[in-house]
Write a protein that binds this ligand. Sequence first.
Ligand code: CU
Length: 249
Amino acid sequence: MTLIFLFITTVFFSTVVAHGGTSNYTVNGVWYRGYAPYDSPESQDGQPWLIQRKWISINPIFEPGNISIACNYPGDPAPASIPITAGDNITAVYYDWLHTVGPMVVWMADCGESCATFHATNGKWFKIAQEGLINGTITEGIWFQRAFQEWDGSPSLWTETIPASLKPGNYLIRHEIISLHIANKPQWYPECAHLTVKGTGTKVPEEQYYAKIPGVWSMNQPEINIDVYSNQSRASTTYNIPGPPVWKG
Ligand SMILES: [Cu+2]
């Protein structure tokens, strides 16, 4: 009986808890609740507090061309948005994040009139931050994906800054973790929230900062379709994150 229980527990943890995503955000000490994939839809869909696009599974997306890579699946727009002033920090909160290898990118896209009617796949996405290999080799070094974890059961917090000069407006913010711990089988974990950006900024990125999602990632990119256990990876201490450069404003 005990053995059976252990077996079931192991399977459960290896298939469920090993994945994840961000489901909450904080800005200036205020907590914003996102979508909880395994809570009842009735308690969340259309709720006036919901600031995150809907996602119903913590499983990864494996295909870089899958339209769900934009804002996860099904990615329904949120009724509400997080108010934030350009120049402020936003923190994405992850529970039970356990993967350790691969880049992490924060993207934004201007929704125009309203994020409630905006299609994420139409977005002109730009990076506001990216995190990769901090030190050591691709195989055994410390990635931000490992360093941002608390390892004591408390949530992992990923904090980045909205560029201070960004023009106010309605924006999607997209937190993306790419996990590369399985050779040549990258995993994407994207979630999107709605932002109402205030401030006195006037700038938007120039054309070279934009990308389409899907579109920016491809299995033709050696940094994405990578075997992190190869001899080349064992010898390499640099990892360049593909896509456009980060826009700092
Ligand atoms: Cu996983």
